[in-house]
Design a protein around this ligand. Structure first.
Ligand SMILES: NC(=O)c1ccc[n+]([C@@H]2O[C@H](COP(=O)([O-])OP(=O)(O)OC[C@H]3O[C@@H](n4cnc5c(N)ncnc54)[C@H](O)[C@@H]3O)[C@@H](O)[C@H]2O)c1
Length: 311
């Protein structure tokens, strides 16, 4: 989702783009995400865990966006070694390749709000303690440290972005383990009810994917971001139930059901999360542009047209 959106934006700006994806089953890789730009990019099917391939691909690159990941925190807890392999070893491979072949490429790594885990205060700034509640959060934090280490020790210009709750076109919709906004849009498009746990008052920071892509480009292009880590969100907290109501309003006839919190979900509930994005805005001038209503409406339009490509 996010990688193809960055690629589309970069192509629109006239960049020469190479896309690497392992196209692992049930992950987000989808050839249709490149619809319309196929003949303007080079696509390589390959794995970031392949050091030789990484060495070949980083050679000569000016900018590298490393988004490759096992993205589900649920799966990270049931398959911790797989998560370690992709979300840590894979990133070390890329960094090693760059330190041997290309120390100039500016590298953006997409981390996650999950490094913070249980939230102690809002809005959350980058100094918030790390109370990880998932293996995914622990490995994202570890990878951030790798990126920082290769900046400090090898001079690589790396920057990490802790993304809040992204949603929008081009996310995989085959299963529910990715972003909840997209999943609820699928359910509503299929005429299924949307289930809210408890009172749904927990706040989330939903960020439209095109805003994420613009922020990633700004972080890559702006001098002074090297070695830094920034929160990337909308900066606004929306109660979960309000997001659900918006989906239901935009897809009339959608039924909202309320149930008790299941015990296994309650454990991983972080509490309210709102990003403090002032450091990123000050450093790069980036600000999010898309309201939640507009973003959900655009996402619904996209999947109305192309749902057969996504589930
Ligand atoms: N979606 C979210 O809720 C969210 C939130 C915060 C951060 N992020 C991060 O943003 C990045 C992009 O996520 P996304 O939402 O676009 O998910 P996505 O699944 O659409 O994109 C990740 C891509 O990485 C590819 N991939 C996985 N392992 C690979 C490997 N070993 N080698 C090469 N390619 C591999 C997958 O095939 C997939 O296309 C990830 O790093 C993710 O952790 C996502």
């Amino acid at each position: 989702m996010i990688g193809s959106t960055i690629a589309r934006l970069a192509v629109a700006h006239g960049a020469e783009v190479t896309i690497l994806d392992a196209m692992l089953p049930l992950y987000g890789g989808n050839p249709f995400n490149l619809e319309g730009i196929q003949d303007k990019i080079v696509f390589v099917k390959g794995d970031i865990r392949d050091l030789d391939l990484m060495k070949r691909l980083v050679d000569g690159a000016d900018y590298i966006f490393n988004l490759a990941a096992q993205v589900s925190y649920v799966d990270s807890n049931s398959k911790p070694l797989l998560d370690l392999d992709i979300n840590c070893r894979g990133h070390l491979n890329l960094l090693q390749a760059c330190s041997h072949i290309n120390r100039k490429a500016r590298i953006v790594f997409t981390s996650s709000r999950f490094v913070y885990g249980t939230i102690e205060y809002n809005p959350v700034d980058e100094k918030h303690p790390f109370n990880c509640l998932s293996i995914y959060g622990i490995h994202k934090l570890t990878a951030e440290k790798y990126y920082r280490f290769y900046h400090d020790a090898h001079g690589l210009p790396t920057v990490s972005l802790r993304i809040a709750n992204p949603y929008g076109p081009r996310q995989q919709m085959k299963h529910s383990k990715y972003g909840i906004v997209n999943w609820f849009i699928r359910l509503a498009l299929e005429g299924q009810p949307l289930t809210v746990y408890g009172d749904g008052a927990q706040k989330r920071d939903y960020i439209y994917v095109e805003d994420v892509a613009e922020a990633a480009l700004c972080a890559a292009l702006t001098q002074g971001t090297e070695g830094q880590v920034y929160n990337l969100g909308s900066g606004t907290g929306t109660p979960f139930r309000d997001m659900v109501k918006l989906v239901a309003e935009l897809l009339p006839g959608t039924v909202i059901k309320q149930v008790e919190w299941p015990a296994d979900r309650y454990f991983v509930e972080t509490g309210d999360y709102i990003s403090n994005i002032s450091r990123l805005t000050q450093a790069t001038g980036w600000v999010p542009k898309t309201s939640l209503r507009d973003g959900i409406a655009k996402t619904i339009d996209y999947y109305r047209q192309y749902r057969d490509k996504y589930w």
